[in-house]
Design a protein around this ligand. Structure first.
Ligand code: ZN
Length: 134
């Protein structure tokens, strides 16, 4: 893994949480982005190069809606930046990690992303992300 790229936090109400985190961090979010494929609306804060990603469900069957129903709001995932995401997926699978998809998907913030199953990572949902090349 290259670095911890962002920390994802599941929230019920993005507008309220944007205000809360702006107060906490002393800065405004720098963007809001919808990811229709995942049924989420996201906002991003930059804290010294590490991003905080707030995630709100935009439909009832969104993974974020399921998460909040089961576990409530809060810490959702850690996202690590990687190079050559498909090679990394293969290597992790060979090491016994279970990936939640066969191929990386298009995520927020100009990234290709994939998640690892939390069962194999001490119940921490881990995302791999790679900047999309132009
Ligand atoms: Zn993320």
């Amino acid at each position: 893994m290259e670095k911890l790229e962002h920390i994802g936090i599941a929230v019920k109400n993005l507008e309220k949480s944007n205000k809360l985190f702006a107060k906490l961090l002393g800065k405004e979010h720098y963007k809001i982005e919808d990811v229709p494929l995942e049924g989420v609306r996201t906002s991003f804060f930059d804290v010294g190069g590490l991003k905080i990603e707030l995630l709100e469900a935009t439909r009832a069957d969104s993974p974020i809606a399921n998460f909040i129903e089961k576990r409530g709001e809060g810490l959702h995932h850690l996202a690590f930046a990687v190079e050559k995401i498909e090679d990394k997926m293969e290597a992790l699978a060979a090491d016994g990690f279970h990936l939640l998809a066969d191929k990386p998907k298009s995520g927020a913030d100009n990234k290709m992303i994939v998640f690892l199953h939390p069962k194999a990572t001490n119940h921490v949902l881990v995302e791999l992300c790679e900047e999309k090349k132009a």
